[in-house]
Write a protein that binds this ligand. Structure first.
Ligand SMILES: [Zn+2]
Length: 490
């Protein structure tokens, strides 16, 4: 004991040294109160639009200072802040508080009713941030080096603010609308359950059921880093979660006398088969993914890749090409049902063989895949009757919105107006957003990315140093307004 203690202390000291030093944050250059841009008519020139972009940036800095890390979320504070802002502009907002501290906010700008409403959907909650890895306070609303920094800048308070600005500009300029524009800010997106969009759709469907369209996160506008845009990615469909609990029962006992049916050993053998299979499970080209690769083909500089992408189905029949393409984890996720083994549980005590052992499998299915068929296939792969698989957590089948709609055409037109040569494509999302709740009500729902971002710019999503440039915000405010007015203005 006395010998071990100094070693332990030494280890702790070493561990302490390897942690990054706490950031030396210079005095936070806090942006002043947002300067409200008054409007008599719809904004015209660059100067007016830039001023609106700067107002949005200042609002975003304020919004990022409201800590809505989920759990617990505490979205009520954000909802009250948004409601105050809207009320000052003469827009009534309703706050729903399903549970203390949890909130959804709903506001509706009236049109003449000749067309059905458009919903602007955004979530107020964010994931956690570890300040020791950030250059700035993630909840400081810091503005420096031409960026607004903070947890949620990209996912998705930035887009929420751009939606809000769209509403404010429509209201200030008294733009005549043919459809109502609904602003819906929700809780609990980041935990994939709870009392956010799912709760709202279940309890207040009457407030949104008449909507024809919805805009949400889940799109990408890919900047090329040279001032241009490679492509506008519009989210029309997502993979669906099919999370599984895997359980093995055996005989409990003392760890000193091994038993042949130790459930932990059996679980590990089964998981090994699952892990092996997940890397060689069937490759499936859905129509959306086929189109996506074909759209991206002209952007590929490599001749071989260009040929592969032009006909991804044919390329995947070549073993070598399939190996290269699926080595990219994003492409891999678009081309097969995936399994990530994420949780393991056996005994709490080293010397006790537990009566059961469990694992958690994060399974994601491509649109059109039958969960029951997948489960049967996995059971065949595991080939052990002592192993049971049980669906748990979020489970729903994938939904898709059509592309032959007025809103989709409006997005394409707004994109082409800015970048005539940019590709507009429909990448399938490997993860999921709240859009599926609304697609199931028959509302055509699209993910759009209002900010042109390079791959490096996007790294802050759920990561460190999440930030959004003032330039991107200016672009986003104008782009979003353009999309919305193309479909909603009279
Ligand atoms: Zn999000």
């Amino acid at each position: 004991m006395s010998r071990a203690a100094p070693l332990l202390l030494a280890l702790v000291a070493v561990a302490g040294c390897t942690r990054p030093a706490p950031p030396v944050t210079p005095p936070t250059p806090v942006m002043e109160t947002p300067r409200r841009v008054a409007l008599i008519t719809a904004p015209q020139g660059d100067a007016e639009w830039n001023a609106l972009g700067d107002e949005a940036a200042a609002l975003l800095a304020q919004y990022l200072r409201i800590k809505t890390t989920n759990p617990p979320g505490n979205e009520i504070v954000a909802a009250r802040w948004l409601a105050d802002l809207l009320r000052r502009e003469g827009i009534e907002a309703r706050i729903f508080e399903p549970r203390p501290g949890k909130a959804n906010l709903y506001a509706r700008l009236r049109g003449d009713g000749s067309a059905r409403p458009l919903i602007l959907l955004n979530h107020m909650d964010v994931v956690l941030a570890s300040p020791e890895y950030w250059q700035v306070d993630p909840f400081g609303g810091v503005v420096k080096d031409g960026y607004v920094w903070g947890r949620g800048a990209l996912d998705m308070k930035g887009e929420g603010i751009v939606q809000l600005m769209t509403l404010l500009v429509l209201k200030r300029a008294k733009v005549p609308l043919q459809r109502d524009v609904i602003f819906l800010a929700t809780a609990d997106e980041e935990i994939g359950a709870g009392v956010g969009a799912a709760w709202f759709v279940e309890h207040h469907a009457d407030l949104i059921r008449d909507a024809e369209f919805l805009l949400n996160e889940g799109g990408t506008t890919r900047a090329n880093g040279r001032g241009g845009v490679d492509y506008y990615g519009v989210g029309t469909t997502e993979k669906s979660p099919f999370w599984l609990d895997m359980t093995v029962r055996g005989t409990a006992g003392h760890g000193s006398r091994p038993t042949p049916d130790n459930p932990v050993h059996r679980l590990i053998r089964a998981l090994q088969r699952v892990a092996d299979w997940s890397g060689r499970s069937p490759l499936i080209v859905t129509p959306v993914v086929d189109r996506y690769f074909r759209d991206l083909a002209p952007l590929e500089r490599d001749t071989l890749a260009r040929r592969w992408f032009a006909d991804i189905g044919a390329a995947l029949r070549d073993t070598m090409a399939a190996r290269v393409i699926t080595a990219d984890i994003t492409y891999n996720a678009l081309l097969r049902n995936t399994i990530s083994i994420t949780g393991l549980k056996g005994s709490d005590k080293t010397n006790v063989i537990p009566p059961l052992a469990t694992a958690a499998l994060d399974v994601r299915l491509l649109p059109g895949q039958e969960p029951a068929a997948f489960l049967a296939e996995l059971t065949r792969v595991i080939a052990d009757t002592a192993v049971t698989l049980r669906p748990q957590g979020p489970n729903w089948s994938a939904t898709e919105s059509p592309v032959d709609t007025e809103l989709f055409r409006a997005i394409v037109a707004a994109a082409r107006a800015r970048h005539p040569d940019a590709v507009v494509t429909t990448p399938m999302l490997a993860g999921f957003t709240d859009s599926h709740y609304f697609r199931r009500l028959g509302i055509a729902s699209y993910g759009i990315g209002p900010f042109p971002l390079t791959q490096a710019d996007s790294r802050g999503v759920h990561g460190n140093d999440e930030r959004l440039s003032l330039e991107a915000i200016r672009f986003g405010v104008r782009f979003y307004y353009d999309v919305v007015t193309r479909v909603a203005a009279r």
